[in-house]
Write a new protein. Structure first.
Length: 59
């Protein structure tokens, strides 16, 4: 099992958004270049736990 940091997950979300022009739980889950929805839920408590503001801010 690979563990991802909050920073890594947010970067994957940014990359997914830039590549696809949108981000949904379904599209993120299907993207083979991302950690997957389970890692997001473990890190943030839920998909909704990652606010749009958080993942769109530059680190």
């Amino acid at each position: 099992m690979i563990l991802y940091s909050e920073k890594e997950i947010i970067q994957q979300m940014r990359d997914h958004y830039e590549k696809n022009g949108k981000i949904t739980m379904k599209s993120f889950s299907k993207d083979k270049d991302t950690c997957g929805i389970t890692a997001v839920k473990k890190c943030f408590g839920s998909w909704i736990g990652v606010s749009m503001k958080k993942w769109t801010q530059k680190s």
